[in-house]
Design a protein around this ligand. Structure first.
Ligand code: PLP
Length: 399
């Protein structure tokens, strides 16, 4: 048979999804696995949002609409951007997508020509480099470490720019690091991007999952010049516990929204109407729900970080947003398991923690930093207590 597309064959399957799938298989086989791999809130979608979806179906709103999304949804997105971010957009600058992953994919597919470079701070969300490569671009990584709180500096950004650089990819708050860039840092990044004529792809999916009184902030709000070149992607998955509804959106310059609209009209059309009606209700319904989740995430974050820091050799910054802890565990590499296997890297460690201690966490290698592992604390306190106990026992058993 003839070969498949080279670009698709070169795609690395998502390691976070792979770990989650493996953990679920073991659970289905009756194993008592504690899974901290998935990146989704463990809360249920609020009832008023579900009700809005049923109501739209009952009202017969079940037919094709505009490929760029429902007018009501675009209006709700514009109102949200103004109310929560102080950013003025019009409906022709918005495209409703099937989740934020799809919005990221659309932006990259629309912008990239072969050889265009995309600057990505590492550790990064697993999907970014794969999509950049899929669309012919070249990911350029900026390394950070636990010592720099997993943050890049403006100088690092500036030094990575070449004549081929097209886009700076900013995930703020960050998955997987949990770090948040503040006003001064965003201003410095914005200045550099304007000076060097770069676009910024700003992934703001975790904007409301912020700790210790931090407020959401988009780089688009820094100046009019940066707003013109910022491509915001956001959605309802994390803030409203709606990962399965698959609704996200793009907000940015009109000509890019138009191009993404053309792409979407041929490739996917609009997300399901009932999901969009649910998302309209979510966006118009206030932030009480997400603030309640954040209160609970704060309690879990504090527990997880306290426990991680009590393990000899483990280093971890205090997450400022999102719901992940990213400890540097490289001090155990080179040690042996009781069964005699040498743990050489994060993949070995995570495979062994899953098989020997029934704990599913994600290897840092998936995010471009082999020194660490990622734990999601979007799960019950009971699970976290068991998980940290298993991790402590696991790491303690390595000699
Ligand atoms: C940084 C980041 N962007 C986008 C997404 C995907 O969001 P969605 O489920 O809306 O596609 C995720 C999900 O884990 C994420 O962590």
């Amino acid at each position: 048979m003839k070969p498949l597309s080279n670009a698709v064959l070169a795609l690395a399957p998502s390691m976070t999804v792979a770990i989650d799938t493996k953990a679920k298989e073991l659970q289905a086989a009756g194993q008592d696995v504690v899974a901290l791999g998935a990146g989704e809130p463990d809360f249920d979608t609020p009832d008023h949002i579900k009700d809005a979806a049923w109501a739209s179906v009952k009202a017969g709103k079940t037919k094709y609409t505009a490929p760029t999304g429902l007018a009501e949804m675009k209006t709700a997105v514009c109102a949200k951007l103004l109310r929560e971010n102080g950013l003025a957009y019009t409906s022709d600058q918005i495209v409703v997508t099937s989740g934020v992953k799809h919005a990221v994919s659309n932006v990259l597919q629309t912008l990239l020509n072969p050889g265009d470079e995309v600057i990505i701070p590492a550790p990064y969300w697993v999907t970014y480099p794969e999509l950049v490569k899929l669309y012919g671009g070249v990911p350029v990584f900026l390394d950070t470490s636990v010592e720099t709180n997993y943050k890049i500096t403006p100088t690092q950004l500036e030094q990575a720019i070449t004549p081929r650089t097209k886009l700076f990819l900013l995930c703020n708050p960050s998955n997987p690091t949990g770090m948040v860039y503040g006003t001064k840092e965003l201003e410095a990044f914005a200045k550099i991007c304007v000076q060097h004529d770069l676009y910024v792809l700003s992934d703001e999916i975790y904007e409301h999952i912020l700790y210790d009184g931090r407020q959401p902030q988009s780089i688009a709000g820094v100046s009019d010049q940066i707003k013109e070149r910022t491509l915001i992607v956001n959605g309802v998955s994390k803030a409203y516990a709606m990962t399965g509804w698959r609704v996200g959106y793009f907000a940015g310059p009109k000509h890019i929204a138009k191009a993404i609209g053309a792409l979407q009209s041929q490739a996917t059309h609009h997300p399901a109407n009932m999901s969009q009606y649910a998302a309209v209700e979510a966006l118009n319904g206030g932030l009480e729900f997400v603030h309640g989740m954040v209160k609970e995430f704060t309690r879990r974050r504090d527990f997880v970080i306290h426990e991680l820091r009590s393990i000899p050799g483990v280093k971890v910054p205090l997450p400022e947003g999102a719901f992940y802890a990213l400890p540097d565990v490289s001090s155990v590499y080179g040690r042996k398991t009781p069964e005699g296997k040498v743990i050489a890297n994060s993949l070995d460690l995570c495979a062994w923690l899953l098989s020997a201690h029934l704990l599913a966490v994600v290897p840092g290698a998936a995010f471009g930093d082999d020194r660490c592992i990622r734990l999601s604390y979007a799960t019950s306190m009971e699970n976290l207590v068991r998980a940290l106990d298993r991790l402590k026992r696991g790491l303690g058993a390595l000699a």
